[in-house]
Design a binder for this molecule. Structure first.
Ligand code: ADP
Length: 616
């Protein structure tokens, strides 16, 4: 009997495992790096609606440095520049230059600082991270705030986000860009909560446990960049100072030789000065164009939905529709992070993509394997059926030839009454043999047709066995075998009575067939809990262990049975076994060569015909 089991839980477990592997893979360093590349790629792909920049760069570039005597002349040059823009009344001026040491000629810069409104000076973490490299007190006096210019870079040294808060021990600084934003908005205080910051009514999604990381929304290449005026240009054309009116100024070095820091951004692989990165961080705050992380539950939900879709696709579709659906799932997995991105939410690429790929591969392989198994099984069944057909037709030919020949004899020749009776008897027994074969054949068909063909009737074990014993008596009498009916429980059974009778009848006829004359065959039973046991015992030829192991195979007959001259096909017990299985029961055999056999059927009380679970 084919092993029929429900494979759905195994399939679901396989998909769950593929999903788990996918999620773990997404967390590996390689996975996170791919997520970063995907982030940069989406950054370049998506063109956000343009905005009016609110900042301006006062750049100390190469020409400025050479015009004003290099780094040593930088403070004077900056002083001159600031003096020029002060009358234009910028909203705030953030100076991204570290001014931690005093020099002899600091007075002009000190004076210039005193003239600009909302001055923010820069400080950086000391290399050991235990303190701040702050501006000297002479400069600090005029500063409305000191902001940190520390950049936290990702492992691949790309500047994607900026920590809005940085602490050295208990000494904490807000980022230069955040201070610039705060001071440009009437210097309102910064309200902190674990999940966000609030400045002048603007909620900044920067959680404390991420170091208040703010993803910088860089001004896209398709939009006019943040305006930039160099110190040299301003020196040559003082009217340029007007551009600074009402703007937030970021002043600092952009020249390669003097720039403290230059980093690559998602837009450019050419390093960009830190000054520009701070100005972009300010723009992000000023425009409120925040990019926040998609919540973990949304990432998980998407991955699980994709896995479920993959599972359902290969469960219910096959061939090209399955592959079209699989492609759609892959497309969705790849596109979802971008769709999220256009809505300002950053969804990592790896979890959905690896979940979709791995679960689709697992589902496809699984279904392929199942299909192959099914094909192999149906092929095996076909071969078995062919053999059975050949066997049965061959077997049927013998009684048919006998019947044809005998009836022809009766028709053609006149014969004695005794001879006629003999021939009639032969026809009778051969036609009975044919009838039996047809019955077997029909039962095999009914069993293989499935549950629909099985009837559900109520009958007692006693009714079942006594009917069979009565039917078998004439056969037994011919061999002077005494059939006894022992105690049979009156328990109610449910199932296909005809098939059950076939089973019991088969055991009884076998017992009679494979026993010598003048022996005894007994049928008896008992009940144990929810089970009824029906046994048929004989004093016949018996079987050894190897024979017992094979008697349920189709068409197997023991050598002794073949030699006994008893007619048989070797198919009966295999049908009996199937009938019992369909009724939720089983069959056991005890036998000893030369001593006899005892076949016992086990049946659940009130058993409904069991519906074998479908294979998937
Ligand atoms: P058949 O009786 O038509 O050969 P079965 O499938 O009913 O086919 O039985 C298979 C074989 O099992 C028999 O050929 C016989 O060798 C063995 N067998 C079955 N019942 C008995 C029994 N009571 N005593 C000895 N051998 C038996």
């Amino acid at each position: 009997m084919p092993v029929v089991q429900n494979r759905a839980p195994v399939y679901v477990a396989l998909l769950a495992m593929a999903l788990a592997v996918a999620l773990v893979a997404a967390w590996t360093p390689l996975g996170t790096q791919i997520d970063r590349y995907a982030y940069d790629w989406m950054f370049r792909l998506y063109q956000p609606p343009p905005w009016q920049t609110q900042s301006i760069l006062l750049a100390i570039d190469e020409p400025s440095l050479s015009a004003f005597g290099g780094i040593p002349g930088l403070r004077n040059a900056l002083a001159e520049g600031l003096e020029r823009i002060a009358p234009a009344a910028p909203k705030a001026v953030a100076v991204d230059v570290l001014l931690a040491d005093a020099t002899a000629g600091d007075a002009p810069l000190e004076a210039a600082f005193a003239r600009v409104p909302n001055l923010i000076l820069a400080s950086d973490l000391l290399p050991d991270g235990k303190g701040w490299d702050d501006p000297i007190p002479a400069f600090r006096r005029s500063a409305a705030a000191v902001g940190h210019v520390h950049t936290d870079l990702d492992a691949d040294a790309v500047s994607r986000e900026l920590p809005l808060e940085k602490a050295a021990g208990r000494d904490r600084r807000w980022a230069l860009a955040l201070e610039a934003f705060r001071l440009s908005r009437a210097a309102t205080p910064i309200v902190e909560s674990p999940e966000e910051l609030q400045v002048a009514g603007v909620v900044i999604p920067a959680a404390r446990d991420t170091g208040r990381a703010l993803r910088i929304r860089y001004v896209p290449p398709g939009m006019p960049p943040i305006p930039r005026v160099s110190l040299k240009q301003l020196h040559d054309d003082p009217t340029l100072a007007r551009q600074f009116g009402g703007k937030v100024v970021f002043a600092g070095v952009t020249a390669q030789t003097g720039a403290r820091d230059r980093w690559v951004t998602p837009y450019s692989s050419i390093p960009v000065p830190g000054l520009e990165i701070n100005a972009n961080a300010f723009e992000t705050l000023a425009q409120q164009r925040f990019l926040t992380d998609a919540p973990a539950w949304a990432v998980l939900l998407l991955a699980v939905s994709l896995a479920a879709a993959a599972g359902l696709t290969f469960r219910y579709l096959a061939g090209w529709p399955a592959y079209v659906a699989a492609s759609a799932i892959l497309l969705a997995a790849h596109a979802a992070p971008y769709v999220f991105f256009t809505r300002g939410s950053v969804m990592p690429l790896m979890p959905p993509v690896s979940a979709a790929w791995l679960t689709l591969i697992a589902a496809a392989l699984w279904q392929h394997w199942i299909m192959r198994g099914r094909l192999d099984r149906s092929e095996a069944e076909r071969v078995r059926y062919q053999h059975a057909m050949q066997f049965v037709t061959h077997e049927m030919r013998t009684p048919l030839t006998a019947i044809q020949g005998s009836s022809e004899l009766m028709e053609r020749y006149s014969m004695s009454e005794e001879r006629r009776k003999q021939i009639a008897q032969l026809i009778h027994s051969e036609s009975k043999r044919l009838g039996r074969m047809i019955e077997i054949f029909l039962n095999v068909e009914r069993l293989s047709a499935g549950d629909a063909e099985l009837k559900r009737e109520n009958f007692t074990a006693l009714e079942l066995v006594s009917a069979c014993v009565e039917r078998v008596r004439p056969l037994a009498e011919r061999k002077q075998i005494h059939v006894t009916l022992g105690a049979i429980p009156d328990a109610l059974l449910e199932g296909d009575r005809e098939l059950m009778e076939y089973a019991v009848y088969n055991l009884l006829t076998n017992a009679i067939k494979y026993s010598p004359a003048s022996t005894e065959v007994s049928a008896f039973g008992h009940r144990e809990g929810k089970h009824v046991y029906i046994s048929v015992q004989d004093q016949g030829m018996g079987m050894d262990r190897t024979e017992v192991r094979r008697i349920f195979q189709k068409f197997y007959r023991t050598a002794k049975a073949e030699q006994s001259g008893e007619a048989g096909t070797g198919i009966g017990l295999s049908i009996v076994e199937q009938i019992l299985a369909r009724h939720g029961g089983g069959i056991t055999v005890e036998s000893q060569p030369g001593k006899g056999s005892c076949f016992t059927l086990e049946l659940p009380v009130g058993a409904a015909t069991t519906s074998p679970a479908r294979t998937h």
